[in-house]
Design a protein around this ligand. Sequence first.
Ligand code: SAM
Ligand code: SF4
Ligand code: FES
Length: 347
Amino acid sequence: MHTEIKALSPQEIKEHFYNSTTDELSLLGGELCRRIHGNKVLLRGLLEYTNHCSSNCLYCGIRRDNGSVRRYRINEEMLLEAVRQGTERGIRTFVIQGGEDSEYDNARICRLVESIKEQTGGEAAVTLSCGMKSATHYRDLRSAGADRYLLRFETSDPELHKYLRGGSSLTARLRALDYIRDAGFQLGSGFMLGLPGETEETRLNNILLAQKLELDMVGIGPFIPHPETPLADAEQKDLEMSVRGVALLRLALPEAHIPATTAAGSLEKDGRERMIAAGANVLMPNLTQVEFKKDYQLYPGKICLDESGIQCIGCLGMRMKPLDRELSFLRGDAPRLEREAAPGSPA
Ligand code: SAM
Ligand code: SF4
Ligand code: FES
């Protein structure tokens, strides 16, 4: 499948990074995306299950030391109700995302995954985005039935990473990604763009690291300074960096599933559309109950706070029309899985 499509080499990526305009990159990324994923944009239903977090990342609005956040933890019954509503509307991937919350310990997340699988007759894919864990914990989550795991490396600059993440090293983050891969998950990672202290070289290295990791899914987006964090006074950089990032990622990892992220849509009205045009092929309507959405503000100005996820699906369908794209309700696993499952495959 698509054997004729080759990823750009690191050297080619570097040349495009320094020499191509954003329009040129978007055109290339968008065209390649169409050749591989057609005009379909996959939907993933997001559930922000807890905003408690024991970590203190400098960039994040729900960091431990932000005392003005009203903390919540959604119970299993309500999460399963949101999954039921999403399933009824056709959603076949649920992304369970939250802070690092010891009350929602690993055993509890395993049981939640099992319940979602049971309720959806095993048809829906479950993606977890629950932070750093031990190799054993990742294996247990996989055994419970979770299919995919997202853990952004946030930035490829080791010094900046350590500074932003309370002394936690990039090496430890990359080790966690190895554990996730070894546990048998479809692997997702990514980074923010426009972090204070980031350079052009960091941005190029972000793309090259994502390629080296052979990611199945890559989520990127603009860093948006939150007023109640130590980075409150950081400069807001343009969305353009993220649009260029998406296009280069598409060229570096042609088959990857790349979302047009909510942060992009929050920074610019047409941010998600610009990402789709540049090569993104995934959208993530937020199925979290409206009563909790406003308390999960990683950054200010987050969109869709008053709309239900089901309303957003309608809205996204409309937004895709001018781009000649259609929403897809398929599970959308990593293409490599199909190949690995094919008869005669070496895997
Ligand atoms: N706690 C888990 C973790 O950190 O991996 C998962 C949830 S975390 C809130 C999801 C992502 O939000 C992070 O990986 C980070 O890239 C992004 N994020 C946090 N603060 C942000 C900000 N101020 N602007 C843009 N993205 C932000
Ligand atoms: Fe916690 Fe994730 Fe926010 Fe860091 S980015 S403070 S781990 S929720
Ligand atoms: Fe949520 Fe448009 S996508 S209101």
